[in-house]
Design a protein around this ligand. Structure first.
Ligand code: PMP
Length: 423
């Protein structure tokens, strides 16, 4: 009889793990698990799924806006074309029709792409993981923005990257500071494996990189032969101002790896994203992906590509843009009413998030614990840094929250802030 773990009659380990349980397995874990960090957003999700909690912590598209009849029609179109393919494995690089839909979305941002330069992935998150898996050995330098996407921090940590975070301002990453860091690293003989940036409506900092900085960043990448990972999940969700060229378009396919996703414009649950990259890099990413999951879900890819064939997506994007713009404005108005006068926050021209910074002396990690007792949640700023900075800031999502809840949520957070200030 095999050795049984735990004492349950079923032979299953009991829920949760005591320190004795952990000791039993401790010698088996890889070194890298010591560097691993759990994702603040994922940790919060268990709490924020409770219906009484108003969560400004997610990065959710409002999937309730997708018409149920369109969903049913597209699924029956997929079924009518044959279950054999929909239920089968597909190529690692993704199904051909989807690469065409991807080229269509990228064209909407004036970014031409050869479908052969595209790798379909299991969400954009997998691109970050595969890029690290392909490029980063323990201790290698990765450069990111300060703050950066909280979901990327656990990935960089898991691959034991030496993360250097470069401050942003209203025009995005401070390229002058980037150059200083690159020069200092060069003196030590260290070449960063890649520079990670979110140029549009940065998550969480809200900034959009100016055209001059985009040009300079691409020049730097080409001059120094450095890879850039351009993360652009919501470039088409712009609520004001003129679109700016992507780094991928400016670079012409030499040093920029582009990350795209259908999560914010159609469905995060479909888990369909993509990378567009120079061929030699793409080939390595493809091999890395095959080792991870063989291929992305075929029927989700068919769902997305069939939806694009119906030609309805531009109208849908317009609809969610109008909705999210209203929600952004509601959130901004609520902050002006309920946050202290010396708090500051961003006014993002698009995307899903506002980044608010509170007066000296406040710590948003402590505040979150108090806010949760009042059934409201946000992402504390520390989650956007690997080195513990960000204690006075918080990320607030507006796309996935109705206007009444946005107002009520900010009112409750404002109350907790006021109490902390008067302690
Ligand atoms: N990058 C950024 C900047 C994001 O905001 C997100 C989702 N919140 C992702 C990547 C990952 O998205 P997904 O895996 O759902 O495509």
């Amino acid at each position: 009889m095999p050795h049984r773990i735990g004492s349950g009659a079923s032979g299953r380990p009991p829920q949760g793990s005591s320190s004795r349980d952990l000791e039993r397995y401790a010698g088996l874990f890889a070194q890298r698990t010591k560097a691993m960090k759990s994702s603040a957003m994922r940790d919060l999700m268990a709490i924020t799924e409770r219906p009484e909690v108003i969560s400004l912590a997610g990065g959710l598209a409002d999937t309730s806006t997708f018409p149920a009849e369109d969903f049913a029609q597209i699924m029956s179109m997929v079924a009518a074309e044959g279950t054999a393919r929909a239920l089968q494995y597909g190529p690692t690089e993704g199904i051909a029709e989807l690469s065409e839909a991807i080229a269509e979305v990228m064209a909407a941002e004036d970014t031409p792409v050869d479908p052969g330069d595209v790798l379909v992935t299991t969400g954009g998150q997998q691109v970050i993981d595969l890029v690290c898996k392909t490029l980063v050995d323990p201790g290698d330098v990765v450069i990111a923005e300060a703050p950066t996407y909280p979901g990327a921090i656990p990935t960089f940590a898991a691959y034991q990257a030496d993360l250097h975070q470069i401050e942003i301002d209203a025009d995005g990453m401070r390229i002058d500071l980037l150059e200083e860091t690159l020069d200092a690293l060069e003196k030590q003989g260290r070449r960063p494996k890649f520079i990670y940036t979110i140029p549009n409506f940065q998550n969480p900092g809200g900034a959009t990189m100016s055209l001059a900085r985009r040009r300079r960043l691409v020049d730097i990448a080409q001059e120094r032969e450095l890879l850039v990972l351009e993360d652009n999940p919501y470039g088409v969700l712009r609520y004001e101002g003129d679109p700016l060229p992507t780094l991928y378009a400016l670079d012409g396919g030499q040093f920029v790896i582009y990350l795209g996703t259908f999560s914010k414009i159609l469905s995060p649950g479909a888990r369909v994203g993509w990378a567009a990259a120079p061929r030699p890099v793409l080939q390595k990413l493809n091999v890395a992906k095959a080792g991870t999951d063989l291929c992305s879900t075929t029927f989700a890819q068919l769902f997305v590509s069939t939806y694009f064939r119906t030609g309805r997506w531009p109208a849908y994007i317009q609809q969610i843009k109008d909705l999210y713009r209203r929600r952004r404005d509601t959130l901004l108005d609520a902050l002006a009413t309920d946050f202290p006068a010396d708090a500051t926050w961003t006014h993002p021209a698009g995307g899903l998030f506002v980044w608010a910074t509170l007066p000296e002396g406040l710590d948003t990690t402590d505040l979150l614990a108090k806010a949760l007792t009042r059934n409201v949640a946000f992402v504390p700023g520390r989650a956007a840094y690997l080195d513990g900075r960000g204690e006075r800031s918080m990320r607030l999502n507006f796309s996935g929250v109705g206007e009444d809840d946005l107002q009520e949520g900010v009112r409750r957070i404002g109350e907790v802030v006021a109490e902390q200030l008067h302690l």
